[in-house]
Design a protein around this ligand. Sequence first.
Ligand code: PMP
Length: 290
Amino acid sequence: FDQRDGWIWYDGQIVPWKDAQLHVLSHGLHYGSSVFEGERAYGGEIFKSTEHSERLKKSAQILDFEIPYTVAEIDAAKRLVLEKNGQKDAYLRPVAWRGSEMMGVAAQDNRIHLAIASWEWPSYFDPAQKMKGIRIDMAEYRRPDPATAPSAAKAAGLYMICTISKHKAERKGYADALMLDWQGRVAECTGANVFFIRDGVVHTPIADCFLDGITRRTVIDLAKRRGFGVEERRIMPEELSSFNECFITGTAAEVTPVSEIGPYRFQPGNMTRVLLEDYSAEVQPKSKAA
Ligand code: PMP
């Protein structure tokens, strides 16, 4: 992935993709002082760009560092990367980390770096195929207690158990894994939030110890606009047998219907389809939206 053509915005410069390197003694690599974003551009416009830039700044502050660019500068840098790479529909990956000036747990004097890459990652929009739903495994690891980890940050270190869980699921033939939280309640997938539907009402766990996704909030708004009931609440895994529909949400996943989680079965239905279609309309560039 690091040897392709293209351009990356790196500490204020546009550099060739292959040259966007860092030192092996970077604090971000040794101690996990790294935060990132995942965003998508549709038709040349980055969906909720400012919200993502704000979350990136916030994630860094939670990890006790300040990204040396304003939200407006980060937004502009993202647009520049897309333009340099000649992309209209793309995935963007901003990442910020502590550099290599000091080596140790404390790193107050380390330079803060920011890089932004973009690449094509089509959202294969074949609704019929999507409506079959994906199969999800139950993860062994749980989302940590917010008293033991900075859960509100989109921090690299919080993904260690996601990668382990996703690898395990994929080895067993599943697309993803559902993680419970530290109290045994349903939390989220390894890179997406989760929703359930029963009797015309949309249910989703309260985002109090995992990422409150921008897609999650968008879908909650879309459901309310449709007049669907929305309940954010504590959901125990045993309750999954009572839901008819299930889907996951995320910038990469968008709205992806689910057919199976561990022993539980779902039949993606009309409400999932409506929300999937509303989401794909919502992300269209505002200038072109109907
Ligand atoms: N949870 C996790 C762990 C994620 O990595 C993501 C993707 N960023 C999400 C939820 C969904 O967040 P968003 O909708 O902001 O992409």
